[in-house]
Design a protein around this ligand. Structure first.
Ligand code: URA
Length: 210
């Protein structure tokens, strides 16, 4: 598993505003979108391309185009939904599938409650969106779900991660082609499974308490 922590002052600035408890949902949503677009730039560095011949107004030349089958973007419901617009802004031709994972707050175990994905993901490059890599349980289960459907490589974009979650995910995805792109690596998890210093519950902060 490769872990890439984006190191850029704009990302740190935007994350700092996100972390601030006084930042309300509308600003939180807008900043999440902007952050994901910046992280998507890193995450798509190895997006599959093919050579194409084109005519400019001046001459013939060759360039690159994103290959078929198109990349698949998979936001993990619900908080990952807040990352979708920022991702498709950069990758507008991607297909979008959905995976609903919920964490049991007592056992911290993930379960799938919704799924809308192609049956066959062989040859698909998959980009998973999940803002908080805390225990790594739900992201690990989501990544495994995609590999079970035939995906060959998966890149996850997360705003924040805890070292405990990265270690768990590394173990769970051993032997798989997995890349994690992060806005920041935080200090630790607290006793309730929250990332410290973190930003609280990303779903609540995006959408309010439901
Ligand atoms: N999920 C969140 O939304 N926040 C955390 O800190 C951990 C998991």
């Amino acid at each position: 598993m490769r872990v890439h922590v984006a190191d850029h002052p704009l990302i740190t600035h935007k994350l700092t505003v996100l972390r601030d408890r006084t930042t309300h949902s509308p600003v939180f949503r807008a900043l999440t979108e902007e952050l994901v677009t910046l992280l998507a730039y890193e995450a798509t560095r190895n997006v599959r391309t093919e050579t194409v011949d084109i005519e400019t107004p001046v001459t013939s030349t060759t360039g690159l185009a994103i290959s078929q089958p198109r990349p698949l973007v998979v936001p993990i419901l619900r908080a990952g939904l807040g990352m979708l617009e920022g991702m498709v802004k950069l990758l507008p031709t991607a297909e979008v599938g959905f995976l609903g994972m919920v964490r049991n707050e007592e056992t911290l175990e993930p379960t799938t409650y919704a799924e809308r994905l192609p049956d066959d993901l062989s040859d698909r490059q998959c980009f998973v969106l999940d803002p908080m890599l805390a225990t790594g349980g739900s992201l690990g289960a989501a990544i495994e779900f995609l590999f079970d459907r035939g995906a060959v490589d998966v890149t996850a974009i997360c705003l924040l991660a805890a070292p405990e979650g990265i270690a768990a995910l590394e173990k769970a995805t051993e032997g798989r082609d997995v890349t994690i792109v992060l806005g920041a690596m935080d200090e630790r998890l607290d006793e309730n499974g929250y990332i410290v210093p973190g930003l609280g519950d990303a779903g609540d902060r995006l959408y309010g308490l439901v």
